[in-house]
Design a protein around this ligand. Sequence first.
Ligand SMILES: Cc1ncc(COP(=O)(O)O)c(C=O)c1O
Length: 353
Amino acid sequence: MKSYFRSEIEAMSGYVPGEQPKLNRLVKLNTNENPYPPSIRIRKLLADFDLDRLRRYPDPTADEFRDAVASRWGITRDQVIAGNGSDDILTMVFRAFAAPDLPVACPEPTYSLYPVLAAMQGAPVRRIALQPGTFALPDDFLEQVRGANLLAIARPNAPTGNSFPLSVMAEICDRFDGMVLIDEAYADFAEDHCAELAVSRPNVIVSRTFSKSYSLAGLRLGYAVAHPQVIAGLMKLKDSYNLDALTQAVGLAAYEDTDYHEECVTRVKEVRAGLLKELLNLGFEVVPSETNFLFAAPPGGDGEGYFRYLREQAVIVRYFPGPVTGRYVRITIGTPEQMQELLTVTRHWLSGR
Ligand SMILES: Cc1ncc(COP(=O)(O)O)c(C=O)c1O
């Protein structure tokens, strides 16, 4: 069949999301969802939700939600944009700053959506290898990214889970001649964040999501903070009504339930510490994590065999084949019971080899 697609689209592969199996009784630890339910306030909000708000178009710029974010960050509404998940934000950023003559740079390994979004734009991608074992940024990172127009950094990084020092991030933002996108999908589980960089530098965008710490992956809500001129540019690129009325209202209710949010984050971090200890005791190599997952290599390094065995036992984690990542699996932090199940199956696997 004759193709009428742009050549870039014809040539590229699409993004492959983590599997969402339909089977019940799975221990699902593959897409970094939060194991705890979203804020109870949402139930009341939905029960009282005026259906007339669904008849009408939603607020195209989600002002009430942006005002809530702005007030928490101590900034103004024009420094915030809302997205249909943070992927929507990333899409806008790549549309804005990546093109055939405007290359993209990103660490490797990192969130696999970045190269896909670059390919959609026909933009070349420079993948900068993180240091083997530690997944730290290489010392000559700034030299390697020179010439790119957009630098995309997930901090903490996915799928490795580690973060990069704040001082290094500040230096990168100061010295890189281009736009820096700091994807903070996991920042709520981390020791620190880059909010200040987005507020104080004109070339920095920090994005956040409600999919992880707020337990709202199914809702699709994210946002970004940047200089007002950058936000105004991104506004030109977004879908007209990118956030539906329900998402705006539900997101706001979840955002305002700060006590519950903190409680969930604390629980996830406690369970993370417990699982880390157990895996280390079993001889795993585990990357220090500031996220809601652990990137862990079993003793002997047969990440793929371990992944397959877990899967046969209905424990689903994420596996990233390849010379650097293939020794590891990425395990989402679940409930204590789910972690016990994972460890039981893991011990069986280790003892049967
Ligand atoms: C680094 C990173 N950024 C962004 C996302 C996407 O988040 P959202 O659900 O808000 O689109 C993910 C999801 O796994 C992620 O790992």
